[in-house]
Design a protein around this ligand. Structure first.
Ligand SMILES: *[C@@H]1O[C@H](CO)[C@@H](O)[C@H](O)[C@H]1NC(C)=O
Length: 224
């Protein structure tokens, strides 16, 4: 009985969401292993918004956010081609380029991306500024089992990472919703004002597991 109770407590512990407010993940080196795996109970998504903040000096390709299912390794992927000022958004394995995005290195940026399977349209908001709305993929939803990884690009369901696509830097305030946010809600997120926390991933109650050298640190806010 006591053992059962202990086991139940341990299992609950592993699954207990953590309040990450004021914290960040630090990815301090390029590897093909270090990543954060995020857990959600949602296994079907007909629309998506992902918002996160990143800080990096990378001038090569990298993938801050990668969502894979067994049939689609790029079921929802944010992939930055830094050398070309370009961000690719993939939905259901189809990628689209968003061009001319001015991502200055060595400073925090807010990045939101939306996609809706009804219209098929995707859009990026970098530091609150919208991109063109572009067709990515329509007519089918993301459907699980979903694996979400921060810091590496999944080329298989949960693995096949490449060091040349790894994220190096800091990441914070990761939220995901199963609908597209309005411009006003994106503004609320970007300016750290009021917004409805993600109902798929919520930074204030995040279920995750770090793998390899990824640190949880206080977000540096300068010297007040
Ligand atoms: C999002 O998830 C909620 C359950 O929390 C569900 O009621 C709603 O229909 C979903 N929205 C979409 C667009 O799938």
């Amino acid at each position: 009985m006591a053992l059962l109770l202990l086991l139940a407590m341990l299992t609950a512990c592993a699954a207990t969401p953590q309040d990450m407010s004021g914290k960040m993940f630090t990815f301090p080196q390029a590897t093909n292993t270090a990543h954060v795996r995020l857990t959600t109970s949602r296994q079907s998504l007909s629309a998506v918004t992902v918002c996160l903040r990143t800080f990096t000096d990378l001038t090569r390709d990298h993938a801050p956010f990668s969502l894979a299912t067994p049939t689609a390794h790029n079921d929802f992927l944010i992939y930055r081609q830094a050398a070309n000022n370009r961000i690719n958004i993939y939905a259901r394995n189809t990628g689209v380029n968003f061009e001319g995005l001015d991502y200055e290195t060595n400073t925090w940026h807010s990045l939101c991306s939306t996609w809706d399977s009804g219209t098929g349209l995707g859009q990026i908001w970098l530091d609150g500024k919208p991109s063109s709305r572009k067709f990515i993929s329509s007519g089918s939803s993301i459907s699980g089992p979903i694996i979400i990884v921060l810091g590496q690009d999944q080329d298989s369901h949960g693995g096949a990472f490449e060091i040349t696509q790894s994220f190096v830097g800091m990441m914070s305030d990761v939220h995901m919703w199963n609908y597209t946010l309005s411009p006003c809600e994106i503004k609320g997120y970007t300016e750290e004002l009021f917004f409805t926390p993600g109902n798929v991933l919520n930074w204030g109650a995040l279920s995750f597991q770090t793998n390899g050298r990824v640190l949880i640190e206080d977000k540096q806010r300068g010297c007040l």
